[in-house]
Design a protein around this ligand. Structure first.
Ligand code: PEP
Ligand code: MN
Length: 353
């Protein structure tokens, strides 16, 4: 529920309402707008008597929130959430491009890819050091050695790092190296991990499980938000359907649906949603046309030699071509690519920051 205060409500009246919310065992989330203060009530408020708030001094109206997720909902927070990522604004009008290999495989592979995607206009570098592979016999990632390579790429190119976290116990290690922790599709409903990344207060890229509804994804985001971590990006990466021509089916609907249901930035992953490099640019274009705030794209200098996800990885020159198409699509829908911060605007910080 949301408690809308009168435009002339005093600080004391606001404090009185907050106190009553807390007396009910719930948490009050204050949004102080230019005109008036809105108090969001967070927690399981189903059993409480809503009229008790109506008669408190300074209260104008009480509006129930119809969604099971609160902090993630646009009903609760109407304006787009935006947060800076090393000088790049995520969730603003500018589209953010995250690119890089599926897995960090070697220093030269990573650095070559990092420079190439940076040159093409990417804002952030992706690369997995801990990989969630379907088979235990597949390449599992380089672990901490991979993180060190990511740190070096960050230092050399100035790009912030997005890398996957698979276990709560890895948080101290990963937060030393990564600017964004990716919670992968397979862990979207790993509640211990969601609670831990929520506690970490680190920016999170939460990928949709291949079998989750949009509402389930928003409930997963709610776990992170409920720990006070408000820097969450949502990522549509394709869902499982009966179609076998592609690895997954891009739920392009999810982009405008999420934009309407939540204030959180929405990122589209055209690589995992198609599984074939030939379709990646088309789906990336569709994602931007549909209103995505950014893209996360797999790029490899030599896809046929990739240790994971080679078939869906773009060569750097194809990524560059895709970026110029994205720029045109963005303009056509009144958007633009987010400006790439100059190295002076975004001083390179070493890993372990
Ligand atoms: C990845 O980003 O490489 C990855 C494993 O993605 P997902 O969790 O969407 O499968
Ligand atoms: Mn991958």
């Amino acid at each position: 529920m949301m408690i809308i205060m009168h435009t002339d409500a005093t600080e004391q009246q606001i404090a009185g309402v907050v106190e009553r919310v807390e007396d009910n065992g719930l948490h009050a989330h204050l949004s102080k707008g230019e005109e008036r203060t809105v108090i969001g009530v967070v927690g399981d408020g189903r059993a409480i008597f809503k009229d008790q708030f109506l008669h408190l001094p300074g209260v104008d109206r009480v509006i129930p929130i119809s969604r099971p997720y609160k902090l993630a909902s646009r009903e609760f927070i109407p304006d787009n959430s935006m947060f800076p990522l090393d000088g790049v604004k995520v969730g603003d009008n500018g589209i953010v491009l995250i690119a890089g290999p599926c897995s960090v495989e070697s220093r030269s592979q990573l650095l070559e890819t990092a420079y190439a995607v940076r040159e093409a206009g990417a804002h952030a570098l992706r690369g997995g050091a801990f990989k969630p592979r379907t088979s235990p016999y597949s390449f599992q990632g380089l672990g901490e050695a991979g993180l060190e390579m990511l740190a070096e790429a960050r230092e050399q190119t100035g790009m912030p790092i997005v890398t996957e976290i698979m276990a709560p116990e890895h948080i101290p290690l990963l937060t030393r190296y990564a600017d964004v922790l990716q919670v992968g599709a397979r862990n979207m409903q790993n509640y211990a991990l969601l609670n831990a990344v929520g506690e970490s207060q680190h920016p999170i890229l939460l990928k949709r499980s291949m079998m989750a509804s949009i509402e389930e994804m928003l409930m997963a985001a709610e776990y992170i938000l409920s720990h006070g971590n408000r820097r969450v990006m949502l990522c549509e990466r394709g869902i499982r359907t009966f179609e076998t021509a592609t690895r997954n089916t891009t739920d392009i609907n999810a982009v405008p649906v999420l934009k309407s249901l939540t204030h959180l930035p929405v990122i589209l992953d055209p690589s995992h949603s198609t599984g074939h490099w030939e379709y990646v640019a088309a789906i990336a274009r569709a994602g931007v046309a549909a209103g995505a705030d950014g893209l996360i794209v797999e790029v490899h200098v030599n896809p046929t030699e990739a240790k994971s996800d080679g078939p869906q990885s773009l060569k750097p020159e194809r990524f560059a071509e895709m970026v110029s198409q994205i720029r045109a699509i963005a303009e056509a829908v009144g958007r633009s690519l987010a400006p790439v911060p100059s190295s002076e605007a975004s001083p390179v910080t070493a890993a372990g920051k």
